[in-house]
Design a protein around this ligand. Structure first.
Ligand code: PLP
Length: 408
C-alpha cells in the first residue's frame, strides 16, 4: 500500500473513553464483573426516559412528518424555537439561520475543527474532553495547544497561561471553553468567562464554547452561557440533547453562531461548515422535531431538577469518599457528571500492583501494562479494572501532564 494514505499522527488520537471498553470486555469474558464508570451515558447508567417523553417520540414516529430529509441546517421550526430561547436571554441575538444541526456534537466537533485552515489552531483546556483535542489534532496534524486548568483552584482556567500562550503563538485563531467541564466537572463563574472573552477580543480570536452541560449545574452554583457575555466577539456555542434530555442515542446536537455578521473571515468559515453540511444533506429529522416538544413540556423543568438533585447527591458522595484518601487530590464537582482525581507527584510507581486472584486476568493485565507508551495512570487504571472491576479513564488521555483518572 502506498503510504500517502496515512495522515501524520494517525493512530495517536485513541479515544480512551471507549478503548478501555474493549479491555473491560476481555476481562468480562474471564469472569470479572465490571462497573463501567468510564462513559458519560446516563442511559447506560440506568436512567429511564419518562413516559411523557417517550409518548412525544412515539407520536412523532406515528406521523408522516419525520421520515423525510430536513433542511441542510436542520428543521426550521426547531431552529426558530432555539433562536427564540437564546434571544429571550437578551445577550447575542441570532436568527434560525445561525443554527446548524449535526449528528450529535461529536459530529459537529469534527466539522468545526475540520473546516479550519490547517495552520489555524484552537487552544483548548488541559485536561480536555478528548473529542475536541483529537479533532483539533487530526485537522492540524500537530499536538494540541493547551491552557492549564488548575486543580488547586477548582480546575478553573489559568488565565495567565492562556494569555501567554495566545500572545506568543500567532497561529492560535480560537479558544475552546468547555463549561461545565468534562473531565473535571468544574463550572466557571461569570468573572472567568468575561476574562476569557476579553483575551479573545484583545487578540482577535473566536470562541468555541461547548455548553452541552449548561443546564446540568448543581450544588447551588451558577454560570452563564457564552451568548450572555460575548458582546461582539465571534463565537460558536455547541449544544445538544445527549446529556440533558438525556437522549445520547438520538445523535443530535447543534451549533449556535454568534456575531457571524461582524467579521467577514469568520462568516466565510461558517459558510464552509454549511457547505460541507450540504454535501452530507442534513442530520436526523425525528429528534430535531422532538426538541421543542420536550423542552417546552410542562414536566421538563421538574424532570431536570430531579436529575440535577441526583447528580449532586452522587457527586458529593464520591467527593466525601475520595477527599481524605492519602495520595490523591479531588475537587467537588458542580456540573456535568464527571470527577477528575489526581495522584500526588511521585505517588505512582512502575512496580506497584493490585491483588488479582485469577491467573488469566493477571496475565492479561501484565501484558497490557508492558505495552510501549504506558503511562503510570493508565497502568493504575488497568490494575484497578482487573482487581475491582471498576472501569475509569486515565486522566493523561485528556491531554494533561497530570496523572489520575476520571470517573462518572
Ligand atoms: N461535548 C462534551 C463536553 C461531551 O462530554 C460530549 C460527550 O460526552 C460531547 C460533546 C458529545 O456529545 P454528543 O453525544 O452530542 O456527540
Amino acid at each position: 500500500m502506498r503510504n500517502n494514505i496515512v495522515h501524520i499522527g494517525a493512530g495517536e488520537w485513541t479515544y480512551e473513553i471507549r478503548a478501555i471498553v474493549e479491555i473491560a470486555e476481555k476481562l468480562q469474558q474471564l469472569g470479572i464483573r465490571t462497573n463501567m464508570e468510564n462513559i458519560g451515558d446516563p442511559i447506560a447508567k440506568g436512567e429511564k426516559i419518562p413516559d411523557w417523553m417517550k409518548q412525544i417520540v412515539a407520536d412523532l414516529a406515528m406521523k408522516d412528518c419525520s421520515y423525510g430529509y430536513c433542511a441542510t441546517k436542520g428543521v426550521l421550526e426547531t431552529r426558530e424555537f432555539l433562536a427564540q430561547l437564546n434571544n429571550a436571554r437578551g445577550g447575542a441575538q441570532i436568527t434560525p439561520e445561525d443554527i446548524i444541526f449535526f449528528n450529535g456534537l461529536g459530529d459537529a466537533i469534527q466539522k468545526v475543527y475540520g473546516l479550519l485552515r490547517r495552520e489555524a489552531r484552537v487552544i483548548g483546556p488541559s485536561p480536555t474532553y478528548s473529542t475536541h483535542s483529537s479533532a483539533e489534532g487530526a485537522h492540524s496534524g500537530q499536538k494540541p495547544v493547551t491552557y492549564r486548568l488548575d486543580p488547586h483552584n477548582n480546575w478553573y482556567p489559568d488565565l495567565d497561561d492562556l494569555r501567554l500562550s495566545v500572545k506568543y503563538n500567532p497561529s492560535i485563531a480560537g479558544i475552546l471553553i468547555i463549561n461545565p467541564d468534562n473531565p473535571t466537572g468544574a463550572v466557571y463563574p461569570e468573572r472567568i468567562l468575561r476574562e476569557m472573552i476579553a483575551i479573545a477580543r484583545e487578540f482577535d480570536l473566536f470562541i468555541i464554547a461547548d455548553e452541552i452541560y449548561m443546564n446540568l449545574i448543581y450544588n447551588g452554583q451558577s454560570s452563564r452561557p457564552i451568548s450572555d457575555l460575548v458582546g461582539d466577539v465571534p463565537a460558536i456555542s455547541m449544544k445538544g440533547i445527549s446529556k440533558e434530555v438525556p437522549w445520547p442515542g438520538s445523535r443530535c446536537g447543534w451549533i449556535e453562531v454568534y456575531n457571524a455578521d461582524k467579521d467577514p473571515v469568520f462568516a466565510r468559515y461558517i459558510q464552509s461548515i454549511v457547505d460541507s453540511k450540504m454535501v452530507e444533506v442534513c442530520s436526523t429529522t425525528l429528534p430535531q422535531k422532538a426538541i421543542p416538544l420536550i423542552l417546552s413540556h410542562p414536566k421538563y423543568p421538574g424532570w431536570l431538577e430531579e436529575r440535577k438533585a441526583r447528580y449532586e447527591k452522587f457527586s458529593n458522595i464520591a467527593y466525601d469518599l475520595l477527599k481524605d484518601v492519602p495520595g490523591i487530590e479531588v475537587n467537588r464537582t458542580n456540573g456535568a457528571f464527571y470527577m477528575s482525581v489526581i495522584f500526588e507527584r511521585g505517588r505512582l510507581r512502575h512496580d506497584q500492583t493490585l491483588p488479582i486472584d485469577n491467573d488469566g486476568v493477571r496475565q492479561l493485565v501484565e501484558k497490557l501494562v508492558a505495552e510501549p507508551g504506558m503511562t503510570l495512570d493508565k497502568r493504575f487504571v488497568y490494575y484497578l479494572l482487573a482487581s475491582t472491576g471498576i472501569c475509569v479513564v486515565p486522566l493523561s488521555s485528556f491531554s494533561t501532564p497530570e496523572l489520575g483518572f476520571r470517573i462518572t
